[in-house]
Design a binder for this molecule. Structure first.
Ligand code: 13P
Ligand code: SF4
Length: 346
C-alpha cells in the first residue's frame, strides 16, 4: 500500500521534530527536506514490521534515522539483550553489530534474527576466537573466565559468565575465584583492576589483547586541554577507553549510564569520550545540553542504513540471517543467563 501525501507529510514532520536537534556528524544536515525524503522508507518499514510481527532493536550508535525513525527499542547492549530475551516477536532486526544480533539469537532462539549488514563486525569481538580462548583457559585452569558481551557466540560458549560495560565491576567483584581471565578487552581489563582496587577487592585480572578501535584512541592530555579551555566541563567516558582516560573523566560507564549521567547533570559543557551516535541521542532527548569535541564514528555500526533494514525485513538474504549451532547456542546462553543472575537490579 502506497502512503498518501498527508501520511508522508505527517511522518516527515514527526522525524524533523526529533532529528532537527542532531548536529554532531559533519555533512549530515537534518532539515525538513531530508526527513521528507526518508518518510516513504520509514513508513514502508513500519508496514513491513506490522505484517511480519517483527521488532527492531537499535544500538545507540547507529544512525539517528534508524533509532528515531523505525526502532522499537534503543539503548545499550545490556538493555537490548534484555529486550531480545523477553521478545515474543517472530522476527528481530538488530541494527547494531553482529555480536549483538548473535546475542539476540542466543536469547530468543525461536525468532528469526536478521542483521542489515553482515560486515558489521567489532574490533573487540573479532580479536579472539573460541579456539584461542580454549588455549588461554587451559593455561589458567583456576581462573573464572569472564567475557565482555562484545565477543562471538563461540567465546561466550567457552566462558563462565558474560558481562556488559554496565555490570562488569559488580559481577567480577562477586566471583569466588581470585584469578579472572577477562576477554577480549585489554583496556576494560585495566579499568577493572583499578576499580576493584578502589573497592579493596583483591583479584588478579588476566586479559587477551583486544581493543575497541573507536575508544582506544582517546587521549588523557586532550582531556586536560579541554578542561583548561572550557571551565566547568564534565568529561564522560566509556570503560573501553584507557585507564588514563578513565581516571581523567568525571563519569565512566556504559552508553546507557553515560546518557543517564548527562541528563541528570547540570554543567555548561560535556565532552563525550565515545562513539558520536550517543551525542546525537542526547541532542534529541536533552536538546539544552552542549557538547564539545570531535565526532568519532564506529565504521561497523555505520554500515547500518534504513535501506538495509528494509531489505532485511522484506526478503533477507542468507548472509543477513543469524544461525547458530544449537549446542553452541545453549552453552553461550549459560554464560549470558549467569550475567542476568549476577547483574545488579536497577
Ligand atoms: P554499551 O553496552 O555500553 O552500549 O557498549 C557497546 C559498545 O560496543 C561500546 O563500544
Ligand atoms: Fe566494537 Fe568499538 Fe564499534 Fe563498539 S564502538 S561495536 S566496541 S568497534
Amino acid at each position: 500500500m502506497i502512503a498518501t501525501d498527508h501520511e508522508l507529510d505527517a511522518e516527515a514532520g514527526r522525524l524533523f521534530r526529533l532529528l532537527m536537534h542532531v548536529d554532531c556528524e559533519p555533512g549530515r544536515p537534518w532539515n525538513y527536506e531530508t526527513c521528507r525524503r526518508l518518510a516513504p522508507l520509514t513508513l514502508e518499514i513500519a508496514r513491513l514490521k506490522r505484517e511480519q510481527g517483527a521488532i527492531i532493536l537499535a544500538h545507540s550508535y547507529v544512525e539517528p534515522e534508524i533509532i528515531y525513525g523505525v526502532a522499537d527499542f534503543k539503548g545499550d547492549s545490556y538493555f537490548l539483550s534484555l529486550k531480545a530475551r523477553e521478545a515474543r516477536a517472530a522476527k528481530i532486526v538488530f541494527a547494531g553489530v553482529v555480536f549483538m544480533a548473535e546475542t539476540a539469537k542466543i536469547l530468543s532462539p525461536h525468532a528469526q534474527v536478521v542483521v542489515p549488514d553482515r560486515g558489521s563486525g567489532c574490533s573487540l569481538a573479532d580479536s579472539l576466537t573460541g579456539a584461542q580462548l580454549r588455549e588461554l583457559r587451559a593455561a589458567y585452569p583456576d581462573a573464572a573466565v569472564v567475557c565482555y558481551i562484545n565477543s562471538t557466540a563461540e567465546v561466550k560458549a567457552e566462558s563462565d559468565v558474560c558481562v556488559t560495560s554496565g555490570n562488569v565491576h559488580d559481577i567480577v567483584a562477586q566471583l569466588p575465584q581470585r584469578r579472572i581471565l577477562f576477554v577480549p578487552d585489554r583496556l576494560m581489563g585495566q579499568n577493572i583492576r583499578v576499580e576493584l582496587q578502589r573497592r579493596g577487592i583483591a583479584k588478579e585480572i588476566i586479559t587477551s589483547d583486544g581493543t575497541c578501535i573507536v575508544h582506544d584512541v582517546f587521549d588523557a592530555r586532550a582531556v586536560a586541554d579541554a578542561r583548561a579551555r572550557f571551565p566547568g566541563l564534565r568529561v564522560v567516558a566509556h570503560p573501553e577507553c584507557t585507564a588514563e582516560v578513565a581516571a581523567a573523566a568525571d563519569y565512566v560507564g556504559s552508553t546507557g549510564g553515560m546518557m543517564k549521567y548527562v541528563r541528570a547533570t547540570s554543567a555548561p559543557y560535556f565532552l563525550m569520550l565515545t562513539e558520536c551516535g550517543l551525542v546525537g541521542r542526547l541532542q534529541v532527548e536533552d536538546p539544552e545540553k552542549r557538547f564539545i569535541g570531535g565526532c568519532r564514528l564506529c565504521p561497523y555500526m555505520k554500515l547500518n542504513s534504513l535501506e538495509k533494514v528494509r531489505d532485511a525485513l522484506a526478503a533477507p538474504r542468507p548472509d543477513q540471517i543469524i544461525t547458530l549451532d544449537e549446542d553452541l547456542r545453549r552453552r553461550a546462553a549459560r554464560s549470558i543467563e549467569r550475567m542476568f543472575e549476577l547483574a545488579p537490579r536497577d
